[in-house]
Design a protein around this ligand. Structure first.
Ligand code: SAM
Length: 271
């Protein structure tokens, strides 16, 4: 029914217009979250009617994120920097991390003001997680803001996540050099979790999606395996390497079609 909890006025952060669809809230809806409104759900319904790829990708991607964060927790990581986080709801990093260790700290970064506004609402009163407004393409600013929160110690191993974020960054911005800047800042033992849209899987559907999004506010760029591998630089990919997100250490019994998303987790050199 249209009058669910998400529509209650007190859930709308100040300055957020709920008559205009928001990509972050559409994504939240595809994940089964409650931070979305009728206008977002209409767009999501139309999008999934024309192509199921977006919703499939969102779910597969989020499930990978959970498996990756648990892997990092097993490796002793207790601080996370999540770049292009969207709204930190259903299956977010702080939820997963706290299930293992309530002391875990998480800094969420997004350049979408609306995603951050909802994030601030979700995290209000939380002293171990925060949502920051910043652009991934400006690593110096992102790192300075993240450090200034006091939640992260960049001299100790950290989990850096860019999960379905970098395919919004065009070649003009230099994704490889952006990633080099982040990698060189991380302490030995840090882990990089990264997924990226690829045109090496379901190429026609991906080309269609890229074409659809080109004129919009957030065009996407599919990249090949070599370009995505390069983003990990001198970090060592953990098994099974760079694979479709659903094939990265899947839970037993999962058997779903490969999404056009390559996923990997890599560890910083040195000890
Ligand atoms: N990481 C989450 C996940 O995988 O479930 C959310 C992914 S969502 C598809 C991509 C997010 O990246 C959006 O919230 C978008 O605003 C953000 N994003 C895209 N380009 C960005 C940039 N240059 N700086 C910061 N965030 C960016």
């Amino acid at each position: 029914g249209g009058d669910d909890a998400a529509d209650r006025p007190e859930r709308v952060p100040a300055g957020v217009d709920i008559t205009v669809p928001s990509p972050a809230r559409i994504y939240d809806f595809m994940l089964g979250g409650s931070h979305n409104f009728a206008v977002d759900r209409e767009v999501a319904a139309r999008a999934s009617a024309s192509s199921p790829v977006a919703a499939e990708m969102a779910v597969a991607n989020r499930a990978f994120l959970a498996r990756a964060v648990r892997t990092l927790l097993d490796a002793g990581i207790r601080q996370f920097l999540d770049l292009g986080s969207g709204i930190p709801t259903v299956g977010s990093v702080h939820e997963i991390a706290r299930a293992e260790d309530p002391e875990s700290r998480v800094v969420y970064v997004d350049h979408d003001r609306i995603a951050v506004a909802h994030g601030e609402q979700v995290l209000r009163g939380d002293d171990r997680a925060i949502a920051l407004l910043a652009d991934v393409r400006a690593p110096a600013t992102v790192l300075a803001k993240a450090a200034a929160t006091g939640l992260l110690d960049l001299d100790r191993p950290l989990g850096l996540l860019l999960v379905t974020t970098l395919h919004y960054v065009g070649d003009d911005a230099g994704p490889a050099s952006i990633m080099r800047r982040y990698r060189t800042t991380l302490a030995p033992g840090s882990h990089l979790v990264l997924t990226h849209l690829t045109d090496e899987i379901r190429a026609d559907e991906v080309a269609h999606t890229v074409e659809l999004m080109r004129p919009g506010p957030s065009p996407v760029f599919a990249r090949d395996r070599a370009a995505i591998t390069a983003l990990f630089g001198d970090f060592t990919l953990l098994g099974p390497g760079l694979v479709p997100a659903t094939r990265w250490r899947p839970e037993p019994g999962t058997d779903v079609a490969d999404p056009p998303i390559l996923a990997g987790v890599a560890v910083a050199p040195g000890t």
